[in-house]
Design a protein around this ligand. Structure first.
Ligand code: DX5
Ligand code: ZN
Length: 225
């Protein structure tokens, strides 16, 4: 199992975002997780395509854009042009989930579907084969630094089973990403439940030595496999 660590810029120093991106990649980040909040779908406001474009020259790893916005479609091409690799959105925020997935792919990006803690996994029915990533929220979206919701482990196991079946059927890789409250002391259990991609915001950026923190996450992951 290849594990990927995706530091969330939400907890980075926004006054020196480019440097933060460069440093966290040098420290071993596999993806840069870019949280977009609109003060409508979620009660917080962050950044848009302009900032994504500004940090793109620093991002030598895939840019993992997590849209917590409603409506979704109008922003997809902007983020694609700004350099997004993956674009994930929440099904509740799109009138036509299948259409939004197709739009993301047509723009040259990889589509991901993000499921809130209370969102049933049935929403993956009929669309899983079109996705490159499933993002399970292990906190309610909107803020960094919240505690991991334990029932996410059961949900991960159920989604892992579905993804394995889809991969068998289609031969395509679908990543299973978990977002919220991931730390060195729970990442092994999260991996054992089936996640392969781990967003970590406060866990990475609250310390000053990013290589040490990412190293600790990887060390804990090694015990899971
Ligand atoms: C929350 C965001 C997360 C957040 C995670 O809505 O989607 O990506 O930054 O932060 P931590 O790792 O601190 O829970
Ligand atoms: Zn996120």
């Amino acid at each position: 199992m290849k594990y990927r660590i995706a530091p969330s810029l939400l907890s980075a120093d926004f006054a020196r975002l480019g440097e933060e991106v460069r440093e966290v990649i040098a420290a071993g980040a596999d993806f840069i997780h870019f949280d977009v909040m609109d003060n409508h779908y979620v009660p917080n406001l962050t950044v848009g395509p302009l900032v994504c474009q500004a940090i793109k020259p620093y991002a030598t790893v895939p840019m993992d854009v997590h849209l917590m916005v409603q409506p979704v479609d109008a922003l997809v091409s902007g983020f694609a042009q700004a350099g997004a690799t993956i674009i994930s959105f929440h099904p509740e925020a799109s009138q036509h989930v299948d259409r939004t997935i197709a739009l993301i792919r047509d723009c040259g990006c990889k589509p991901g579907l993000a499921l809130n803690p209370a969102t049933p996994i049935d929403c993956l029915d009929w669309v899983l084969d079109q996705l490159d990533l499933v993002l399970l929220m292990s906190v309610n979206p909107g803020f960094g630094g919240q505690a991991f919701i334990p029932h996410t482990l059961d949900k991960l196991r159920q989604v892992r089973t579905r993804i394995d079946a889809a991969q068998q059927r289609t031969g395509r890789e679908i990543l299973l990403e978990v977002d919220g409250g991931v730390k060195a002391d729970n990442i092994a259990a999260i991996a054992k439940a089936g996640a392969d991609t781990f967003v970590a915001g406060s866990a990475v950026f609250s310390g000053s030595d990013y290589a040490k923190t990412i190293g600790a996450l990887r060390h804990a992951l090694a015990s899971a496999s």
